[in-house]
Write a protein that binds this ligand. Structure first.
Ligand code: ADP
Ligand code: MG
Length: 615
């Protein structure tokens, strides 16, 4: 087949544009990306040849070669690993499969300053395309192990690429960069210099498990020691960070590094990282989850979900388990008792690292919380064993100040007579803060937690208490704010009004009663202790779930003129329009908590009519 010119997928084109006009300052890292890909390709070939005895592949001397041609100004990175078929090349090199690409590009377009742009690119990690920061043309020649013919791919990064058959391609992949013209001011970044290349390898890729050699030499440039197998004391932070970038495909340093080793019946080493930024796909359904699994230094799989729970999906790294079979499947892993033990220990270790971080550096912990707090809260639903630890890790907004608070600090500020931890869920801070339910609590000086993440609606249903103190929604059930029991005579006085309102509004509410929550508003709507909240109801509907409308309870402020006026009117002779007043009262209570009226046009007409009569 002769040469074909194909177009890059639209998003890829935009990313390439960015790379060609390189706005990323540390250009050296393109080499780390290529070596990282070569190393992955060698890992995959070794694994495949162990599992598939029929694979016709050369695995005698798996390695990576670097070739510099100063005259031609080219740099080639070659591996004899798994290679790619023609379809693979189109799929993997011609498109970006990453979720969140569109989102990232949108943010890039919107952000104005260069540092923010760099950070975004770094957070996203652009892998192979980073070559276009330093090269004006890239040639890739590859042959999939076990296949006969190969493929040649070439591009200047300007929107299209050429692809053709390459019958004589050796097994594996070679990537040749035609380096941009030498910039005399920029000696430091001349990648056609042998010494420069060696230096970058040592710096960024020392831990790569395969030998990296200069062409014509048998000596390896890298030490090849698996980082996780080395004693902690001998590994520098920089080495840990470069390794993190290799496994995570992130270009930013991690926030925390966790290195552990377990001996005894089930030996394993784990090197885990907590990133400093959330990936773009943290909340997308097809987002990646899990660490890499090795068995005695042999790479087994990426994204091993069995080793970390869903709510810790942001944890990256490697687990090297010594006593597993090499061709273990994902399904078997999920069932494996020892893997479950390892998983439990990893979870404990990650959580204790976070607890420690919170204690010693609240700023860094704040950063962590801002990026991953919402994911961590999911643990309150799934991980009953660690619920107490997780509760201690929460940082929540409250009425006390603009700062986030821990539950423990909340408890330390509780009033002497306060038995419950008060919270209210809702769609936004402003909505919760100004809702009528808040009135009496603010008047009495009680602090209320303001929970506005969608997941908050769910975990508060599951968690009953913290430190022996019940968690109590201020928008649910009866509240007992100390003294103010409604006197019996008042109850009696209002009884006819309550009954009448209950009947009039029976399609909307299941009960009408007097309230001790209100100081300024006339009415508010509350749920029974186990009723689903309106926000949650809305969320379920948004997810396409059929939901019956939950009737709640209308509470009245017995001191409000609208309520007392309505009571008097009801016992009077002229009862014209009272039904409408009832309707308006309910509508106002609904609007005050940020709810939605079922018939807004009717409501506005009633209000307008009333107003007209006052003029
Ligand atoms: P990532 O490594 O994050 O997946 P890259 O842009 O670096 O993204 O690479 C894209 C894909 O191209 C890789 O996932 C891999 O499947 C394929 N690839 C890149 N380089 C090689 C190589 N040297 N050998 C085999 N496959 C490769
Ligand atoms: Mg890569």
């Amino acid at each position: 087949m002769s040469s074909e010119t194909l177009e890059f997928q639209a998003e890829t084109r935009q990313l390439l544009q960015l790379m060609v006009h390189s706005i990323y300052s540390n250009k050296d890292i393109f080499l780390r990306e290529l070596i990282s890909n070569a190393s992955d390709a060698l890992d995959k070939l070794r694994l495949e040849s162990l599992i598939d005895k029929d694979l016709v592949a050369d695995t005698d001397d798996l390695h990576i070669t670097l070739a510099v041609d100063a005259e031609e100004r080219t740099l080639t990175v070659r591996d004899n690993g798994i290679g790619m078929s023609r379809d693979d090349v189109i799929q993997l090199i011609g498109t970006i499969a990453k979720s969140g690409t569109a989102e990232m590009l949108r943010k890039l377009r919107e952000s104005k300053d260069a540092t923010a742009k760099q950070e975004l690119i770094g957070q996203f990690g652009v892998g192979f395309y980073s070559t276009f920061m330093v090269a004006d043309k890239v040639t890739l020649v590859t042959r999939r192990a076990g296949h006969t013919g190969g493929t040649r791919w070439e591009s200047t990064g300007e929107g299209t690429y050429e692809i053709e058959a390459a019958d004589d391609a050796p097994q594996g992949t070679s990537v040749t960069l035609h380096l941009k013209p030498e910039d005399t001011d920029d000696q430091l970044h001349d990648y056609a210099v042998d010494r420069k290349v060696r230096e970058i390898v040592k710096r960024y890729s020392d831990f790569i498990a395969w030998p990296i050699r200069m062409e014509g030499s048998t000596e390896a440039l890298n030490s090849m020691k698996a980082l996780w197998a080395r004693p902690r004391s001998e590994v520098s932070d920089e080495e840990y960070h470069e390794f993190y970038k290799h496994v995570s495909h992130d270009w930013t340093d991690p926030l925390e590094t966790i290195h552990m080793k377990a001996e005894g019946t089930f030996e394993y080493e784990a090197l885990l990282f907590i990133p400093s930024r959330a990936p773009f796909d943290l909340f997308s359904r097809d987002g990646k989850h899990g660490v890499q699994l090795y068995v005695k230094r042999v790479f087994i799989m990426d994204d091993c979900e069995a080793l970390t729970p869903q709510y810790l999906r942001f944890v990256k790294g490697v687990v090297d388990a010594h006593d597993l079979s090499l061709n273990i499947s994902r399904e078997i892993l999920q069932q494996d008792r020892q893997i479950q033990v390892v998983r439990r220990r990893l979870v404990k270790k990650v959580l204790s690292t976070l607890t420690e971080l919170r204690g010693k550096d609240s700023d860094r912990y704040g950063t962590f919380w801002g990026e991953f707090g919402r994911a961590l809260k999911e643990g309150l639903l799934d991980d009953a064993d660690n619920r107490d630890t997780l509760l201690d890790l929460l940082l929540l907004p409250s009425t006390a100040s603009g700062e986030l608070t821990t539950l423990r600090d909340y408890v330390s500020r509780m009033k002497e007579d306060q038995k419950d931890i008060y919270f209210m869920t809702g769609e936004s801070r402003a909505m919760v803060e100004h809702s009528p339910h808040m009135e009496a609590f603010l008047a009495k000086g009680y602090e209320v937690l303001i929970l506005t993440d969608p997941v908050d609606e769910v975990w508060v249903e599951r968690v009953n208490e913290f430190d022996g103190k019940p968690l109590q929604s201020i928008a649910k059930g009866q509240v007992d704010l100390g003294a103010s029991e409604t006197p019996a005579e008042q109850q009696e006085e209002f009884a006819p009004l309550l009954t009448w309102l209950g009947e009039t509004l029976q399609d909307d509410v299941k009960e009408v009663r007097l309230s001790s929550r209100l100081t300024t508003s006339a009415a508010c709507i509350v749920g029974d202790a186990h009723d689903i909240t309106p926000t949650l109801e809305k969320m379920y509907r948004a997810m396409g779930q059929e939901m019956p409308h939950t009737k709640r309870i209308l509470e009245l402020n017995p001191a409000h003129p609208l309520v007392t006026g309505l009571r008097s009117a009801l016992s009077g002779d002229d009862r014209d329009g009272l039904e409408e007043t009832a309707e308006l009262l309910y509508g106002v209570a609904l609007l005050a908590e940020g709810g939605e009226l079922t018939d807004p046009s009717r409501f506005t007409r009633l209000v307008a009519d009333r107003l007209a009569r006052t003029l």
